[in-house]
Write a protein that binds this ligand. Structure first.
Ligand code: NDP
Ligand code: GDR
Length: 359
């Protein structure tokens, strides 16, 4: 039975990855942070009474800022695979706590790699590092000749989060080259789901659509509506993480859908999911969206009502304008391609938030 250790198991990706590995027959260990209130909602359904005879899921308290803890947990678990998903993952918040994000997202990666080395597990333990499309920074000049970012595109991070993750990327690659470790970067573009954190833009939008539909929210305030992202479904992306660790040789891979959509269009599509058509007017900080029509008799929505406004407090000091990934290598080498379309993703998120709103 293979043993996996997941940092960030309480997050969106950690929860889907834990489900996938349990389905594949792994013994799954996860590191969770001690918090003053419950932070395990996404994985509570996986909990097994630790007194049962057969336990395939176990949580350990820990933190990526604490090397002693990381070494002790890895020593105890002796994992075949480590998925380092733990991170302060919010780009905007990283401008508020840049030192903390460097410590967790940057040095945290080093702590994992060093722990494996200190414990003499270099030849046993395979390591997946959660790298990100934020490394590219969205610079138009850095796209490949086909107009995408791929594994060879230059990096230009535009936030303390991106700068911390670039250290994680390079130190992972360096340990692979220096010590022959099976350590890989998945350069994942944005991926979402009903389990997405509530302050990321997609989830903020789908929650607002559900709340506005039932008269529980008046208006959705957003930042930059022009930004474009390559959005996929987290369930598809954790499958890619697993595949990255099953190859003969360690390598780095872009995981993306190859299509990009603006925040404005995501808003339109999410409202369309409940039968509401929006019309946008104005520009920049003065842009608004009104209800143009409502085809669903279930929702008593006033035509002409303003339901979206721009609030500059959500702007970032430096923005990543456009991301679009080239998944050719992951398709050909890993045999991976996304199963969900953007429409299916939005449908699942809106429907899930409607169910939550009705509770
Ligand atoms: P989430 O924010 O949902 O989850 C982050 C996880 O990291 C949580 O379990 C969180 O714990 C944990 N964590 C935070 N700080 C620490 C710490 N100091 N020590 C240990 N654990 C910590 O992120 P996602 O699941 O969306 O993303 C997973 C990883 O992939 C992250 O590294 C992210 O940066 C990266 N990534 C994500 C992409 C996306 O679009 N989702 C795209 C590319 C990369 P707690 O629950 O206690 O807060
Ligand atoms: P991102 O995701 O920064 O790409 O990082 P986020 O959903 O936060 O922002 C996407 C784009 O939407 C714009 N935006 C807003 N964003 C938020 N959060 N809230 C708003 O109100 C809002 N209005 C507009 C942003 O400016 C941005 O352009 C995510 C994270 O999961 C990272 O951890 C991961 O590495 C990258 O994706 C790939």
């Amino acid at each position: 039975m293979k043993k996996a250790l997941i940092t960030g198991i309480t997050g969106q990706d950690g929860s889907y990855l834990a489900e996938l590995l349990l389905e594949k027959g792994y013994m799954v260990h996860g590191i969770k942070r001690r918090a003053s209130s419950f932070n395990t909602q996404r994985i509570d359904h996986l909990y097994v009474d630790q007194h049962e005879q057969y336990v395939s899921f176990k949580l350990h308290y820990g933190d990526l800022t604490d090397s002693t803890n990381i070494i002790r947990v890895i020593q105890e678990v002796q994992p075949d695979e480590i998925y380092n998903l733990g991170a302060m993952s919010h780009v905007k918040v990283s401008f508020d706590s840049p030192e903390y994000v460097a410590n967790v997202d940057g040095l945290g990666t080093l702590r994992i790699l060093e722990a494996v080395r200190i414990l003499g597990l270099e030849k046993k333990t395979r390591i997946y590092q959660a790298s990100t499309s934020e490394l590219y920074g969205g610079l138009a000049a850095n796209k490949n000749e086909r107009g995408f970012y791929d594994e060879d595109s230059p990096f230009y991070p535009r936030s303390p989060y991106g700068a911390a993750k670039i250290y994680g990327f390079w130190i992972t690659k360096n340990y692979r080259e220096a010590y022959g470790m099976y350590a890989c970067n998945g350069i994942l573009f944005n991926h979402e789901s009903p389990r997405r954190g509530e302050t990321f833009v997609t989830r903020k939008i789908t929650m607002a659509v559900a709340a506005i539909a039932f008269g529980k929210q008046e208006c959705l305030f957003l930042g930059n509506l022009e930004a474009k992202r390559d959005w996929g479904h987290a369930k598809d992306y954790v499958e890619a993480m697993w595949r990255i660790l099953q190859q003969n040789n360690a390598d780095d891979y872009v995981i993306a859908t190859g299509t990009t959509t603006s925040v404005r269009d995501f808003v339109k599509l999410a409202f369309e999911e409940i039968g509401v058509e929006l019309s946008f007017e104005g520009s920049g900080a003065a842009e608004i969206a009104r209800i143009k029509s409502c085809h669903n008799p279930k929702y008593q929505l006033e035509i002409g009502k303003v339901v979206v406004r721009v609030d500059p407090q959500y702007y970032r000091p430096t923005e990543v304008d456009l991301l679009i990934g080239d998944p050719t290598k992951s398709k050909t080498v890993l045999g991976w391609s996304p199963k969900y379309t953007l429409t299916e993703l939005i449908r699942e998120m809106v429907q899930s938030d409607i169910q939550q709103t009705l509770k």
